[in-house]
Design a protein around this ligand. Structure first.
Ligand SMILES: Nc1ncnc2c1ncn2[C@@H]1O[C@H](COP(=O)(O)OP(=O)(O)OP(=O)(O)O)[C@@H](O)[C@H]1O
Ligand SMILES: [Mg+2]
Length: 240
């Protein structure tokens, strides 16, 4: 049967002639939440950027498949149109535009019908009141507010594959509870989620289907939630 969702096959990737991913394979099927964890610099964000088609990340080997279709050589916007959405670890600062106008332009561009009411509701869902509609994008936004706004975009775009790169870093405890809950809801509606995090408490709330551990650019373990106990007790070195 054809795989529905994201399939990463034996991916080897270099940045500035340095190997950052080595033979990485990973599946995120429809409706599944897969957690991706690992030490700083282990390649998690590199994997997210490679899946999005960031031009700095050169695929030397392997393939990326979406619903069985090879998307390895597609442009970033083509992958976005096919339904892959990334919430950035550090949202880019592109100021100037009011949030409401930005979200309306972004949704229209992607052929999504979203009224200002829908946009307002998406903001409310992530705990941002309507005064954020007229605020300039990211200007003066706190770390947690940026993450909430990024997640609101994910709600509006209704992606098929959602990659969340440290969504929970900078979020307060209510925010973590709210957005891990929403992430689960999205998975419940069929979205495949790759959830990158250092936050063990958030991962326990999220209850991912699988936990994938990366170290030094490679996958070193794929396990259930119980692997978090080992890491909490012994650190990542406890796995090797
Ligand atoms: N554009 C780049 N130029 C040079 N090195 C890079 C570049 N992008 C990533 N790297 C290197 O690749 C390695 C993996 O980085 P990456 O950001 O993927 O790690 P990470 O697992 O997301 O870490 P963290 O948990 O700190 O977010 C790091 O050593 C990083 O310095
Ligand atoms: Mg990272």
């Amino acid at each position: 049967m054809e795989n529905t969702g994201l399939r990463i096959e034996k991916l080897t990737v270099s940045v500035a002639s340095r190997k950052v991913l080595k033979d990485v394979s990973l599946d995120v099927s429809k409706g599944e939440v897969v957690a991706l964890i690992g030490p700083n610099g282990s390649g998690k964000t590199s994997l997210a950027f490679t899946v999005m088609g960031h031009p700095n990340y050169k695929v030397e080997n392997g393939r990326i498949l979406l619903h069985g279709e090879d998307i390895t050589s597609l442009k970033p916007h083509e992958r976005a149109y096919k339904g892959i959405f990334l919430v950035f670890q550090s949202p880019p600062d592109i100021g100037g535009l009011p949030v409401g106008m930005f979200l309306q332009e972004m949704t229209t561009k992607r052929g999504i019908e979203a009224s200002i009411n829908d946009i307002n509701n998406a903001l409310l869902e992530v705990g941002l009141s309507d005064h954020y509609l007229s605020r300039n994008l990211y200007e003066g936004f706190s770390g947690g507010e940026k993450k909430r706004l990024e997640f609101a975009q994910a709600l509006l775009f209704k992606p098929q594959i959602l990659i969340l790169d440290e969504l929970d870093s900078g979020l307060d405890i209510e925010g973590v509870r709210l957005l891990t809950g929403k992430t689960r809801e999205l998975a419940g509606s069929g979205v495949g989620v790759l959830y990158i995090s250092h936050n063990i408490a958030a991962l326990r709330l999220l209850r991912p289907n699988r936990v994938v551990v990366m170290m030094n650019g490679g996958v070193v373990a794929v396990d259930g939630l119980e692997i978090l106990d080992v890491i909490e007790e012994k650190g990542y070195q406890g796995l090797v």
